[in-house]
Design a protein around this ligand. Structure first.
Ligand SMILES: Cc1cc2nc3c(=O)[nH]c(=O)nc-3n(C[C@H](O)[C@H](O)[C@H](O)COP(=O)(O)OP(=O)(O)OC[C@H]3O[C@@H](n4cnc5c(N)ncnc54)[C@H](O)[C@@H]3O)c2cc1C
Length: 135
C-alpha cells in the first residue's frame, strides 16, 4: 500500500517533458495495474483470515496466499521503484526500503519456492521436497 501511495504521489509531483508524469498514459496504466493487484491481495488475505477464524484454513491454502501475496507485493514495490526512476533507489524516498521489506517477506516463513512446493504437493499428492530413500 505504501509503495502504491508513494508512487502515485510522486507521479503527480515529478515533471518530465513539461508535464507531471501522472499525465502520461503508460504511467496511469501502471498505477491502475498496481491498484488492481493490491486490491486482489487484500481480498485474498481477508478471505484467508475469515477461513482461519472458521477453522477451515488448510496449510496449502495458507501457502497459496503467502506465495501469491508476497509475489504480488514484491511486483508492486518494484513497479513503484521504477516509477520513481533514480529517486526510487534512494532510501529517503522510502520505496527501496519497502521493496527490501517485501524481499524479506518473500523469504521468511517459507520461501516462494517452498510455498509453491507445498501447493504442488496438495495438487498432485506428490511431495517434491521430501528426499526419497533408496530401496
Ligand atoms: C529478516 C528475516 C527474519 C527472519 N526471522 C525468522 C524467525 O523469527 N524465526 C525463524 O525461525 N526464522 C526466521 N528467518 C529465517 C527464514 O525463515 C529463512 O531464511 C527462510 O525460511 C529460508 O531458509 P534459508 O535462509 O535457510 O534458505 P535455504 O533453505 O537455504 O534456501 C535457499 C534457496 O534454496 C531454495 N530451496 C531450498 N530447498 C528447496 C527445494 N527442496 N526445492 C527447491 N528450492 C529449494 C529456497 O527456496 C531458496 O531459494 C528470518 C529470515 C529473515 C530474512
Amino acid at each position: 500500500m505504501a509503495g502504491f501511495e508513494l508512487a502515485a504521489q510522486y507521479a503527480l509531483e515529478r515533471e518530465q517533458f513539461g508535464s507531471p508524469i501522472a499525465s502520461f498514459q503508460l504511467v496511469q496504466e501502471k498505477l491502475a495495474t498496481m491498484l488492481a493487484e493490491l486490491t486482489q491481495i487484500q481480498l485474498l488475505t481477508t478471505r484467508m483470515a475469515e477461513l482461519q477464524e472458521q477453522d477451515q484454513l488448510t496449510q496449502a491454502m495458507a501457502s497459496l496466499v503467502k506465495m501469491t501475496t508476497a509475489r504480488t507485493a514484491l511486483a508492486i514495490c518494484r513497479q513503484a521503484r521504477d516509477m520513481m526512476g533514480g529517486n526510487g533507489l534512494l532510501l529517503e524516498h522510502h520505496v527501496a526500503r519497502h521493496l527490501t521489506d517485501m524481499e524479506v517477506v518473500s523469504t521468511y516463513e517459507g520461501t516462494d519456492s517452498i510455498q509453491a512446493l507445498i501447493v504442488g504437493r496438495d495438487i498432485t499428492g506428490i511431495s517434491a521436497f521430501t528426499r526419497k530413500t533408496g530401496g
